[in-house]
Write a protein that binds this ligand. Structure first.
Ligand SMILES: [Zn+2]
Length: 525
């Protein structure tokens, strides 16, 4: 499934919450199951083995001591040590500054992506990890000129034009060299397009003006707001081409009002014409909708991106070998590629560097867990998840030995805990880990259908998946824009995410018993 349409990105994450176990808050109750908005089959009940906490005294006792579960008291103490070291360690921040400011945007197939692969591999070697580069084939699309200009509209001053702020979608076809001039048709939804008379879009530039739900994002459901709107970016060009349009515009999928266009991947149905596709800002979408209601709006659109032959690129894999079970693997990961408009700080330089910091902390603290912790910097999440597909193929035989997979790919704002995907019993298994994270406000355990598009290929085969439960209220303001830059990173929040990754990875890698696996994993895609 293309990344922009994957469950992760269309983000049903919090919509599939099944159990929230709160460890850090007395006011929120000591342990409770929160009624979800969307609860899959009977998943509302707490995990079966969760002990009943019937009265206030029992609840208090459970709050103060959740038990040590699969870990010894010494291992629980190590979790606190790792947490505190993570919060004091500037390593991730320093690495992110280099990735963003020195190397820059890391679009799949670009020289910067290649440089980032070399850089991260060298940094991991410097930590003493066992590094390998895993070859994968990626698209090589290069942005060109991109301009939108209104040349006729109701009420215009004679001999004037209006600028429309837009950016080509990743993978977009080019316009003819002289551009396209055509009337603009604005529809809010696919359904609204279908309801128009046949041929209504023929020869037109079609704008899907579907708003990003800012209220949903403001309430912490940024992923759901994104998911509801991103289908227009992903499928819009082919729907528009099927209706006879000559180009497709989409209202930017994002939450801020700074006249910023948000790029992102789009995907063409091979049986339909590949028409040029761009995202206009929310402000320009409103303007086009208003003018088009008044009469004919003519627009000149020029896009000159190039789709070059695919090139070889790499996942960077760095193993911190297990002391006693080196064949058993815990993945910690983020994706190294980024969009080209900004420098990929929040998406997903942050995920890469907090994962790098896991190995840095293990080295600094001289911790060698029983199992192998495997750092992966995935290549090409943004335009097809090619790196993740390659990993799933190349490591198919090892998947039963993968005992957990972590990915961070929702920015780096404050994490309130750990979100897991897999067996419901994982919630109870994680309680002592969440207890170790509670002092920094990250003691909430929640469950989602999916926890990262790169690890989806192993999670769908039954490997327990985990991600920091990041605050998504602001992420989509900058996501895929020119403003995804280093200054958007709060150093404290970045360190908190590193702490969640490091403590959870250590807990998985050193547990006496591995985490429960889903009994009936989905069959591989
Ligand atoms: Zn991402």
């Amino acid at each position: 499934m293309p990344p922009c349409l994957s469950p992760r990105n269309s983000s049903l994450r919090s919509a599939t919450f099944i159990t929230l176990v709160v460890i850090g808050s007395l006011s929120g109750g000591l342990s409770y199951a929160q009624t979800p908005k969307l609860a899959p089959n009977g998943a509302n009940s707490p995990p079966a083995e969760m002990p009943a906490a019937t009265g206030p005294a029992q609840r208090m006792a459970r709050f103060l001591d959740p038990g040590s579960g699969a870990w010894s008291p010494a291992q629980i103490a190590a979790m606190s040590r790792i947490r505190d070291a993570a919060l004091a360690d500037p390593y991730a921040l320093i690495e992110l500054r280099h990735l963003t400011d020195n190397i820059g945007p890391r679009l799949s197939g670009s020289p910067q992506a290649a440089q980032a692969v070399e850089y991260v591999a060298a940094e991991m070697r410097a930590l003493g990890a066992t590094v390998s580069l895993e070859k994968t084939s990626v698209p090589h699309w290069v942005r060109g000129e991109e301009t939108g200009t209104l040349v006729a509209w109701p009420g215009m001053a004679p001999a004037t034009t209006q600028k429309i702020v837009l950016t080509a979608l990743g993978g977009s076809a080019a316009t003819p060299p002289a551009g396209i001039t055509a009337p603009v048709l604005v529809v809010p939804t696919f359904e609204a397009l279908k309801a128009l008379p046949a041929g209504a879009a023929k020869g037109k530039i079609l704008l899907f003006n579907h708003s990003f739900d800012k209220q949903l994002a403001a309430q912490g459901h940024g992923g759901e707001a994104y998911g509801a709107a991103v289908v227009y970016r992903g499928a819009g060009p082919s729907v528009a081409a099927a209706a006879g349009a000559v180009a497709m515009l989409v209202r930017s999928v994002g939450g801020a009002d700074y006249r910023l266009p948000h790029t992102g991947a789009t995907f063409y149905d091979p049986s339909l014409p590949k028409i040029p596709a761009a995202a206009v800002t929310a402000e320009d979408a409103d303007l086009l909708a208003n003018l088009a209601e008044q009469g004919t709006v003519q627009m000149h659109l020029l896009l000159t991106p190039q789709t070059l032959p695919r090139v070889d690129s790499y996942n960077v894999i760095a193993d911190w070998p297990g002391a006693t079970h080196p064949d058993e693997i815990v993945i910690v990961s983020g994706h190294l590629d980024s969009w080209d408009l900004g420098t990929g700080a929040i998406d997903d330089g942050a995920g890469v560097v907090v994962s790098m910091q896991v190995l840095h902390l293990l080295r600094e603290l001289a911790i060698h867990p029983a199992r192998t912790i495997r750092f992966v910097a995935w290549m090409d999440e943004e335009s097809g998840s090619d790196g993740a597909k390659t990993y799933a193929e190349e490591h198919a035989a090892e998947i039963p030995k993968h005992i957990g997979a972590l990915e961070s790919d929702l920015g780096s704002d404050h994490p309130i805990g750990i979100t897991y995907a897999g067996a419901p019993a994982l919630g109870e298994w994680l309680r002592p880990v969440a207890h170790a994270l509670a002092p920094m406000g990250a003691g909430v355990i929640s469950s989602a259908g999916d926890v990262g598009s790169d690890i989806e290929s192993v999670v769908s085969r039954g490997v327990p998946g985990f991600t920091p439960s990041q605050d998504s209220r602001y992420y989509f303001n900058y996501h895929h824009t020119a403003a995804d830059t280093f200054d958007k990173i709060d150093p404290r929040h970045l360190a908190e995410n590193a702490a969640v990754m490091a403590v959870t990875a250590y807990a998985l890698a050193d547990a006496a018993t591995p985490p429960p696996r889903a009994t009936a994993p989905e069959s591989p895609p």
